[in-house]
Design a protein around this ligand. Structure first.
Ligand code: NI
Length: 655
């Protein structure tokens, strides 16, 4: 059996509730923690950063069939807060044994606030009632610390000796006018508190000078809105016969697509084992896809704003901060929700309801043609399957959306909304590195970078990557009139060929091809990675962030598959000085020709704030596409039926 067929088998037999890729259940999380506590020989002061399924080997997954034994293991990262040591642990959930325990030196875990007794709000309360902090507030005329909000920000790593080896965060502050208004309207500029997360106490207060608190409210909540527009009629999405997908456990079957839904606290939504049925056969497209890392670097050099560079995935955990979604609010129509199992810092499991939303959407016209001479129109409506979740990281919201289409295409989209990060300026001052969005309130220029790890499996595991440019042909005997343009296709054979950058003037895209499978015209079958909006960083090459988030410096990256290479900026980006992740792994320059290739696509959204982004930002969209490109022999959506027999024209159809 060729490897491509294995995924077909894995999916067609996936009508079992239990699959080796299913995320840990709440019971398994509790059990994994109990095993670690009982056998790892660590102190009683363990705090848990990560508790996830240790995904089985690809071989085990691809050969899985009901009744087959696949070891079930959990991977944990625990902080021994007494010794301030990070430990990675692997436990067997079959035998309840600790299989592996390793002390990882010189790293910091992602954010963990508080200890066994205190939650984040208690932790925040302790900081803002500290007499030193109260004094700094009173210099600014703030007498009620209860109205102060302190958002913890990663501190980055600027090589400050006194920060070395300490687990720290920067507390940035805002002031509510009343208990429940939008605090971000009143930044407390110039006052930062460096927090020692190990001791839950103040490490240092940094006062860069008093700036008056901005005067105006910036409220968006319903109760602050004086009136609403009155011309909005109801819109209802009904599917009287239900949705067209079926869900079995975590396995989804929709139209010709099949895949599995996974979830981790760091990556959020994970899509596994994606196949598309073509001429009766489930053909593999993608083994695993998920956000591998993201970072939001800011462009203001004043005070300590230069330290704002947040890895929301690796330093915080977008899956940990996910929202429970509500019908009619976040998602409309016939919705299927997946719950997810998470845990608190002490390792106690909890179930969060309705985190992943899945539904179908009408998406306009799929294809159409009018044959004028015979007066005939054929038109098909497009339907897409949407799988998504939303996360709140401090002031910002991100929605992560996978769209599956009937023509074999996949879109990956991030929706950005929430409240822009706000700082204050002196009355009358104009910002160079941001936009005044309200009197004395500046929103700094920044960018949002996302890296999506795509473990491609185009008709099998052995794939190759091409860069495809469109080029102008020179004038020649063959091209006398200079109208000719053609395609230049370059095989990228090794890791040193990457990263590649977008080139909109060459209409550049990349294909992932399988040289052992050919389409109807005899060419290797392939899927293309098609860029959407994209940009490069504007930071100086020597800026700290360029090393910490090297994945921003190119758009298309590729590596040979390695089970342990999962996150573009490395496993522990928090307070890391940089160089880990993609640049490190690619230094071995592995061959990529006919190999198990992993694509890491980076896309950036440049955010020069607008007044219209205040006080809450209308959604901005960014993403890219994964489209068949000679994968099928012809348009695979010819068999989508007409939605309604009356969608034909008689006589005059067009001119
Ligand atoms: Ni933004």
């Amino acid at each position: 059996m060729v490897v491509g067929d294995k995924l077909e088998q894995a999916n067609t037999q996936a009508d079992v509730a239990n699959h080796p890729l299913d995320p840990l259940s709440a019971e398994e999380i509790d059990r994994a923690v109990a095993i670690v506590k009982a056998s790892a020989g660590l102190t009683d002061n363990l705090l848990f950063e990560t508790i996830v399924l240790r995904e089985p080997s690809k071989n085990d997954v691809l050969n899985f069939h009901p009744g087959a034994y696949v070891p079930r293991e959990a991977f944990l990262v625990a902080l021994d807060s007494e010794k301030q040591e990070v430990h990675e642990l692997i436990v067997s959930l079959d035998t309840n044994e600790l299989l592996q325990s390793e002390h990882i030196e010189g790293v910091q875990p992602a954010f963990i606030f508080g200890d066994h007794q205190t939650n984040f709000l208690q932790f925040e309360s302790k900081i803002k009632h500290d007499p030193r902090y109260v004094e700094a507030l009173s210099k600014r005329g703030i007498t009620n610390p209860d109205l102060v909000m302190i958002d913890p920000w990663p501190i980055s790593n600027f090589g400050d000796e006194k920060e070395k080896g300490k687990r720290l965060a920067i507390g940035r502050a805002w002031l509510r006018r009343e208990a429940t208004d939008n605090g971000y309207a009143r930044p407390i500029e110039g006052l930062s508190v460096i927090i020692d997360l190990d001791k839950s106490e103040i490490f240092e207060i940094q006062d860069f000078g008093v700036v008056p608190i901005p005067p105006e409210d910036g409220n968006y909540a319903t109760r602050y809105q004086e009136s609403f527009r009155e011309d909005l009629k109801p819109i209802e999405i009904t599917q009287p016969e239900g949705a067209s997908f079926t869900v079995t456990g975590k396995h989804v079957d929709w139209q010709k697509w099949q895949f599995r839904v996974g979830y981790t606290p760091r990556e959020g939504l994970v899509i596994h084992n994606v196949t598309y049925q073509d001429q009766g056969k489930n053909r593999s497209v993608l083994y695993r896809g998920a956000l591998s890392e993201m970072v939001v670097p800011y462009g203001d050099p004043t005070n300590d704003h230069y330290k704002k560079q947040v890895f929301d995935s690796g330093e915080v955990g977008i899956g940990k901060c996910a929202n429970s979604l509500e019908l009619g609010c976040d998602c409309l129509g016939e919705i299927y929700y997946f719950d997810v199992s998470l845990y608190d810092i002490t390792g106690r499991a909890n179930t969060q309801k309705n985190v992943i939303c899945m539904h179908e959407e009408d998406f306009g016209v799929l294809w159409k043609h009018t044959d004028n001479r015979i007066g005939e129109t054929e038109v098909r409506r497009s339907r897409r399957l949407v799988v998504s979740f939303f996360t709140t990281v401090g002031n910002y919201e991100y929605g992560f959306f996978w769209y599956f289409y009937q023509d074999g295409s996949i879109d990956y989209q991030v929706k950005l909304t929430g409240v822009v990060n706000s700082s204050a300026m002196l009355p009358g001052a104009k910002p160079k590195h941001g936009t005044l969005v309200a009197p004395q309130v500046v929103a700094h220029n920044h960018q949002h970078y996302f890296n999506v790890r795509l473990d491609m499996m185009v008709d099998g595991q052995e794939n190759s990557v091409y860069e495809v440019d469109t080029v102008r042909d020179p004038i020649s005997e063959e091209n006398k009139h200079g109208n000719a343009f053609s395609v230049k296709k370059t095989l990228l054979t090794e890791e040193a060929d990457f990263p590649r950058k977008i080139d909109p003037y060459a209409a550049r895209y990349w294909t992932v091809a399988n040289h052992s499978r050919h389409n109807y015209m005899g060419e290797p079958v392939s899927y293309k990675i098609a860029p959407g909006e994209n940009v490069l960083p504007f930071h100086h090459d020597d800026a700290v962030i360029m090393k910490r988030a090297a994945f921003m410096t190119g758009h298309m990256w590729a590596t040979e598959y390695d089970r342990d290479e999962m996150f573009a900026a490395g496993n522990y980006p928090n307070q890391h000085s940089g160089g880990d992740g993609l640049p490190k792994w690619m230094s071995g320059n592995r061959s990529l020709e006919n190999k198990d290739v992993v694509i890491w696509y980076t896309f950036g959204h440049n955010h020069i704030p607008r007044l219209e982004d205040w006080p809450v930002m209308p959604v901005a969209y960014t993403g890219f596409s994964i489209r068949p490109s000679g994968f099928f022999d012809r348009n695979p959506a010819l068999d989508v039926p007409p939605s309604d027999p009356h969608c034909k024209c008689d006589g005059d159809c067009a001119c």
